[in-house]
Design a protein around this ligand. Structure first.
Ligand code: ADP
Length: 169
């Protein structure tokens, strides 16, 4: 008992170096679909070396949009955000990989596309926060939560890519 005390210190660089395999929920928003960016966006995650474990096109119902963005329900833009996300089909994806949550956020870029670095999805492909083409979970816990929200059981596949030994030693 006496020795069971473990300090809870959050050190992101240590967490990343632990080689944690994580899952994240990535979604191409209706503007990304309408603008023909689906292949381009999937390609960036694929080329990076992450593993696609879930993929579907889906017309998001109002209730799901509200649940997904419930933490933002007090924001002034919330109603418009719900309208935006339900305005047309989205592409839902689950991706797996070491450090995939933080790395995906980097691939996606800042929330405001005008602030997003060139080379990122939003930096290269979008101009406005209200039309920023893609969503990515902001923590491993939210990754799991959102995959559970958007995918039914059996829709997420476990598989071993042939390239696995060429990606990680
Ligand atoms: P991110 O998607 O980068 O994690 P947030 O979680 O802060 O960003 O916001 C969720 C989504 O809400 C954003 O991607 C964007 O579509 C929308 N949003 C955020 N801030 C604004 C804003 N000021 N005006 C309009 N839409 C916004």
């Amino acid at each position: 008992r006496k020795n069971s005390f473990k300090p809870r210190i959050f050190l992101p660089h240590l967490v990343a170096s632990m080689n944690q395999v994580e899952e994240t929920y990535i979604m191409i928003k209706p503007d990304g679909v309408q603008r023909g960016l689906v292949g381009e966006i999937i390609s960036r995650f694929e080329k990076k070396g992450f593993k696609l474990i879930g993929l579907k096109m889906y017309q998001c119902p109002q209730e799901l949009a509200e649940e997904h963005y419930k933490d933002l329900s007090s924001k002034s833009f919330y109603q418009k955000l719900i309208e935006y996300i339900t305005s047309g089909p989205v592409v839902c994806m689950a991706w797996e990989g070491v450090g995939v949550v933080a790395s995906s956020r980097k691939l996606i870029g800042a929330t405001d596309p005008l602030q997003a670095e060139p080379g990122t999805i939003r930096g290269d492909l979008a101009v406005q926060t209200g039309r920023n083409v893609v969503h990515g979970s902001d923590s491993p816990d939210n990754g799991k939560r959102e995959i559970g929200l958007w995918f039914k059981e059996g829709e997420v596949c476990q598989w071993t890519p042939a390239q696995a030994p060429w990606l990680r030693e």
